[in-house]
Design a protein around this ligand. Structure first.
Ligand code: FEO
Ligand code: CA
Ligand code: CA
Length: 722
């Protein structure tokens, strides 16, 4: 998320009366079974030097099998405001892939002065979620090879101010409407996905700019629609009158890797890219979509993020105006916005196949997709969050049962058709006693089929208007669900809830219990300022009930321990706005990344390593809001041995994206939007840039800051974090 994207994440379109949680249950009765062996939140982890008991060098042994890791093996790094990447002693970080780097032979080196073109063949902007796809020495897919592979990643957005992506235009571009077509063409191309081959010679990693695997998918690349909404009247556009095709992917945030070996990407703040004029609601008088457009944050008459719709009469610009302007949906782009907001599946090994939009996983501000460990004969289960204030947590349960042969299928996207196109979506309802329920979002649920709130005619409508279906069943409004990850040993799913400026004493509930004031300099910040991480233990992955607690609350170390710093964070692990969250398949370490604006007076954004326990390993806590008391359930208090700061990024960045080689000895992460608070007027004055990274670390031409991928290794060649 970037500075401008912040506006969209602050989207506040959930005005339903849905519960902040179910208040009717008596919290005193049913906690006993959940909190086995816990004595409040005071239990300390075991400090010690041990790392992977007995298998510190056996890469891949501890993630899901072998002895569990009990203690992190690095010295925590201090908070930092320096314009550089800080990693622990004994570790090295190397920059390998930045905005504009060529992805094909013959593409000129990136000059980084705003004159570069051909972004369809260069790294996109705002690197975000990322996954590893191994290659063996002969270039065939490999799940075990450690020195050659593909990085598949999202290019979420761009550093912008007043409409323009100013660092890619020579003088900052045009900050008024209409936007020039030549500028818009570059901006269309820097969004989307990329695949880049990387290789290690044993000492250094490099990207292979001439690799035949390298690929870009932009906001213009043809894609196909799959799942229940394929063919729906609400997906008909001038481009695809039978509603089977669409173009591009946008604002791709978190990622996931499917059990069948493909890449999935969540489309997040897509609604901000569209425009419809102030008369559009009136023109659509009888169209139920007016309600949905508002619920998804696209009010008539509001400006779009970049004004792409203003650049000319050609189709690639007109498509961003989703007003009902012509005789029917076949003649305009009134439904174009409905072709965004999905999980997009790509086979990184096969660029001949278009990406597929999996409508069965619902339409909202998608972040990552975390799959439960597949079990033969059982459904595939995928967990997902919707990142805006007061939005919901979801899971998808496939109709098809897992066949282990599909772990290496002949056609990965055909396997995706099998598991992701038919199934059922659920939204989470949290209860005050530490339990919860998954509410079915389908026409099988009479609450949906007979809804007086919104007219659902089919499961296609549920797939397209998912937020309204979740409203109808009374899902719980959360503090901005970001990434999620499934613990490889316990199977529990962790969701970062990054922050929520809307949370108040009146709406504080058991699962979103904090609302407080925090100072940033002279500025008072309110609500759930620093975010938290909730975890769910499903009774069974495909089941309808779960238990939950809060693994950790973000906070400043010095904050009030009775209301804010409930997890007793210290200088070694205090953090704010958890966002990225991935469990290492090799070690089981949980890597937590921040995208913060609240604690950035004291530290740049960071990544922490964690060894979490499980739901119920802590205890009940009461948070007071004046006369109101909220009981919540907090995990075992972390210590620097079980939660420690591993990395701090340069100025103005967020840390995001995480993947590793199968042996756990090389880790790739993304530094997104360094220097994002630079003013557009200063585009040609490096002295005024908020950041000059990565140029100040010796990478590339020019001094304009660039989003980039870094690789982190241990100097002794060991397993990271242990
Ligand atoms: Fe792209 Fe919700 O962060
Ligand atoms: Ca503060
Ligand atoms: Ca994010």
């Amino acid at each position: 998320m970037s500075r401008a994207a912040d506006f969209f994440n602050e989207e506040d379109s959930n005005h339903t009366a849905n519960p902040q949680f179910d208040q009717v249950l008596d919290t005193r009765l049913s906690r006993r079974g959940l909190l086995r062996g816990a004595a409040g939140a005071a239990g300390a982890g075991v400090l010690g030097a041990s790392t992977l008991s007995g298998c510190a060098t056996a890469g891949g042994a501890s993630g899901t099998t072998g002895p569990a890791l009990t203690s992190l093996g690095f010295k925590p790094v201090a908070k930092s405001l320096a314009d550089k990447v800080v990693v622990p002693e004994g570790y090295t970080a190397q920059i390998i892939y930045a905005l504009g780097d060529p992805l094909a032979a013959g593409v000129p080196a990136f000059k980084n002065d705003g004159t570069d073109t051909a972004f369809e063949q260069r790294a996109g902007d705002h690197h975000d979620g990322m996954e590893w796809f191994g290659l063996d020495a002969s270039g065939k897919p490999s799940n075990s090879f450690n020195s050659r592979g593909l990085l598949a990643m999202n290019h979420e957005a761009t550093t912008d101010e007043k409409l323009s992506s100013f660092f890619i235009h020579a003088n900052g571009g045009t900050a008024s409407l209409p936007r020039p077509a030549a500028e818009v063409d570059k901006e269309l191309a820097i969004h989307g996905l990329s695949v880049v081959e990387v290789m290690s010679n044993g000492k250094q990693w490099t990207t292979q700019s001439g690799s035949a695997f390298n690929r870009r998918v932009t906001s213009m690349t043809p894609a196909t629609l799959h799942g229940p909404a394929r063919g729906s009247e609400h997906l008909v556009t001038k481009f695809s009158t039978d509603a089977t095709l669409c173009r591009g992917t946008l604002n791709n945030c978190g990622t996931g890797k499917t059990p069948w070996g493909s890449f999935v990407s969540g489309e997040e703040n897509w609604y901000g890219y569209f425009f419809r004029d102030a008369q559009d609601d009136d023109r659509r008088k009888k169209d139920k979509q007016v309600q949905a457009l508002k619920r998804y944050g696209r009010k008539a008459g509001e400006a779009s993020r970049h004004g792409w719709e203003s650049a000319g009469a050609q189709d690639q610009y007109v498509r961003w105006n989703n007003g009902a302007l012509a005789a029917s949906a076949k003649d305009d782009y009134r439904n174009e916005m409905n072709t965004f907001g999905y999980v997009v599946e790509m086979d990184p090994y096969d660029k001949s196949q278009p990406v597929r939009k999996r409508t069965g996983l619902g339409r909202f501000a998608h972040e990552s997709v975390a799959f439960a460990k597949p079990v033969a004969g059982q459904p595939i289960v995928a967990y997902m969050g919707d990142d805006a204030r007061g939005e919901y947590i979801y899971k998808f349960v496939s109709d098809a049962k897992w066949d282990p042969k599909d772990a290496s299928p002949a056609n990965r996207l055909a396997a995706g058709d099998k598991y992701l196109d038919k199934g059922t979506l659920f939204a989470a309802r949290f209860k005050g006693d530490g339990s919860g329920e998954w509410m079915e979002l389908s026409m099988n649920n009479p609450v949906i089929a007979g809804s007086s709130y919104f007219e659902f005619k089919s499961n296609a409508d549920v797939a397209i208007f998912t937020r309204l279906a979740a409203d109808a069943v009374g899902a719980t409004k959360m503090d901005r669900p970001e990434w999620n990850g499934v613990h490889p040993r316990t199977g529990e799913v962790y969701f970062t809830l990054t922050n929520n400026s809307n949370r108040s004493a009146a709406t504080a509930d058991a699962v979103n219990p904090r609302a407080y004031a925090d100072m940033k300099g002279s500025k008072e910040q309110k609500g759930n300022v620093n975010g938290h991480i909730v975890r769910l233990a499903d009774a069974s992955p495909a089941g309808s009930s779960f238990k939950w607690d809060i693994y950790v609350f973000g906070a400043e170390a010095g904050a009030d321990k009775s209301a804010v710093n409930l997890s007793n964070l210290t200088d070694d692990n205090d953090m704010s706005a958890p966002d990225g969250l991935v469990f290492s398949p090799a070690t089981g370490v949980c890597w937590i990344q921040t995208d913060d604006g609240a604690f950035t007076d004291k530290t740049n954004c960071m990544m922490l390593a964690a060894i979490p326990g499980k739901v119920g390993d802590g205890g009940a806590r009461t948070v007071k809001h004046g006369d109101k008391q909220v009981t919540t359930y907090v995990g075992k208090t972390p210590t620097p041995a079980t939660l420690a700061r591993f990395l701090v990024g340069p100025k103005g960045c967020e840390i995001t994206g995480w993947c590793e080689t199968p042996d756990g000895r090389a880790m790739f992460i993304n530094i997104q939007h360094p220097g994002e608070s630079t003013a557009m007027a200063d585009v040609n004055d490096p002295a005024k840039y908020q950041s000059q990274w990565p140029a100040n670390a010796g990478y590339g031409a020019g001094k304009r800051p660039r989003s980039a991928t870094i690789v982190i290794t241990k100097n002794d060649g060991g397993i990271l974090g242990t």
